[in-house]
Ligand binder design. Structure first.
Ligand code: AMP
Length: 124
């Protein structure tokens, strides 16, 4: 089970307008903005406006409207960024084993260069 939502997390502060972000796309239920520490030429985060820690929390508690809005916002953002032609990667870290740093659901959109294989094997 996901940890309780902490309204002091940095993305909650962005949503409340307490700290700035470089906005890419926004909808009724979702917001996309540039990652502050980009790991690829295109590195954008898409978050739901609602208070959800991770994907399992979101799928358990969000409305069908929020879920549809969020999925659409992720694809629309990828197109807006122009990475749909060359390709891109979606990644969402959820919980301790995934090293989730910010406990508000976010999907990373990486693109703008070849991204290599998705994950190292344990034996690498
Ligand atoms: P994760 O490890 O998946 O939780 O990643 C959190 C991401 O949030 C990292 O890529 C950070 O660079 C990014 N991040 C942290 N603070 C900010 C911020 N104020 N604005 C934009 N991105 C941020």
């Amino acid at each position: 089970m996901a940890e309780a939502y902490n309204p002091q997390n940095i993305f909650a502060k962005i949503l409340r307008g307490e700290i700035p972000c470089k906005k890419v796309h926004e909808t009724a239920h979702s917001l996309a903005f540039h990652d502050i520490n980009p790991l690829s030429p295109v590195h954008v985060l898409v978050i739901p406006r609602g208070a959800y820690v991770g994907f399992d929390d979101f799928s358990a508690k969000a409305s069908a409207e929020e879920i549809a809005d969020y999925v659409k916002a992720i694809g629309d953002t990828a197109r807006k960024l122009g990475v749909d032609a060359s390709g891109y990667r979606l990644l969402s870290n959820c919980g301790a084993d995934a090293n989730q740093e910010v406990p508000h659901l976010h999907v990373h959109i990486f693109g703008g260069r070849p991204l290599g294989r998705m994950l190292k094997k344990d034996t690498d």
